[in-house]
Write a protein that binds this ligand. Structure first.
Ligand SMILES: [Zn+2]
Length: 255
C-alpha cells in the first residue's frame, strides 16, 4: 500500500522562508503525494499521476539544519514538483507551446556521449525540472549560509583571528557563489537503454528559462544576488555585523 505524504507543512514553511511555492500549492491540491521507495523520486503512474518522494528526500526536507531542510532535498523536491506542474498544465496553451518549442530546440542535438538526442520531449522536461531544482537549491544555500554565518559570528572582543577570517570570507562569498550557480545554463537528459542518464550539451532555450523564472519561480530567484529582494535586508545586516570584525585583526596586529 502506498503511503500518502502530507507535504503541505513543508511547502508552507519553505514559502515562509521566501522560496516560490505557488506552483507547488497548485500541484499539491491536484496530485497525490506518496512516499516512494529508497531513492525513488519521480512523477509517474499508469492511470493517474502520482508525485513520489523517497524517504531520503522526505527526511532531508524535515532535517535538523538551518531552515529545516537540506539543499539536496530542496533540489529534488523542486525538480519533481516541476515535472508535476508541467504535466498538470500540459493543456494550457502557453505550456503546450513551450513544450513543443522545447522538442524542436533539442531534437537531434548532440548529447554528452556524442550521440544525437532521440527523446527531445524528455530532455525538455528534465531541463525545466533541473533548472528549477538547481535554482531553488542555490537560493536555499545562500539563505542557509546567511543564517549560519549569523549564528556563528562571535562578538568582536571574543573573536579569534582565524575564526574571523573564515566567517568574513564565507559572508563575502555568498553573493559570488549564488551568481555562479545561477549562471549555469546546461540542463536536461534523456534515458539511455540501460536506464542511465545521458545529458544534453545544449543550453536551456531562453524561452524555457524565461517561463521557469516567471511562472514557476515567481521572479523570486533572479540571476544576480543583489536583485534577490528576500535577501537584501538580511545580507546588509550581516555585512554590518562583519565590518567591525574585519577591522579587529588589524588592531590586534598593531598591538
Ligand atoms: Zn526528472
Amino acid at each position: 500500500m502506498a503511503t500518502l505524504v502530507k507535504l503541505r507543512p513543508v511547502i508552507d514553511r519553505l514559502g515562509k522562508c521566501g522560496l516560490p511555492v505557488r506552483f507547488y500549492q497548485f500541484v499539491e491540491q491536484r496530485m497525490a503525494v506518496e512516499r516512494g521507495g529508497s531513492d525513488q523520486d519521480e512523477v509517474g503512474g499508469l492511470f493517474t499521476n502520482t508525485l513520489k518522494l523517497s524517504p531520503e528526500t522526505l527526511a532531508g526536507l524535515t532535517a535538523d539544519v538551518p531552515g529545516g531542510a537540506s539543499q539536496h532535498a530542496v533540489h529534488t523536491m523542486f525538480h519533481e514538483g516541476t515535472h508535476a506542474y508541467l504535466i498538470l498544465k500540459k493543456a494550457d496553451p502557453e505550456v503546450a507551446r513551450l513544450l513543443m518549442y522545447g522538442r524542436e530546440h533539442y531534437r537531434n542535438t548532440r548529447l554528452e556521449d556524442g550521440s544525437l538526442a532521440k527523446d527531445p520531449d524528455r530532455i525538455t522536461h528534465e531541463a525545466a525540472a533541473d533548472y528549477v531544482g538547481g535554482r531553488a537549491a542555490g537560493w536555499w544555500e545562500a539563505r542557509v549560509d546567511m543564517t549560519a554565518a549569523r549564528r556563528d559570528l562571535p562578538p568582536p572582543e571574543d573573536a579569534l583571528l582565524r575564526q574571523i577570517g573564515e566567517i568574513v570570507n564565507a559572508v563575502r562569498k555568498i553573493p559570488q557563489r549564488y551568481n555562479k550557480k545561477m549562471g549555469e545554463a546546461v540542463f536536461g537528459y534523456q534515458q539511455g537503454i540501460f536506464g542511465n542518464q545521458i545529458h544534453t550539451k545544449v543550453r536551456i532555450p531562453a524561452r524555457l528559462k524565461e517561463f521557469c523564472d516567471r511562472v514557476i519561480l515567481e521572479g523570486k530567484i533572479p540571476d544576480d544576488f543583489r536583485r534577490v529582494k528576500a535577501f537584501e535586508k538580511d545580507y546588509l545586516e550581516l555585512l554590518k555585523l562583519v565590518k567591525p570584525l574585519e577591522v579587529a585583526p588589524r588592531l590586534k596586529r598593531g598591538a
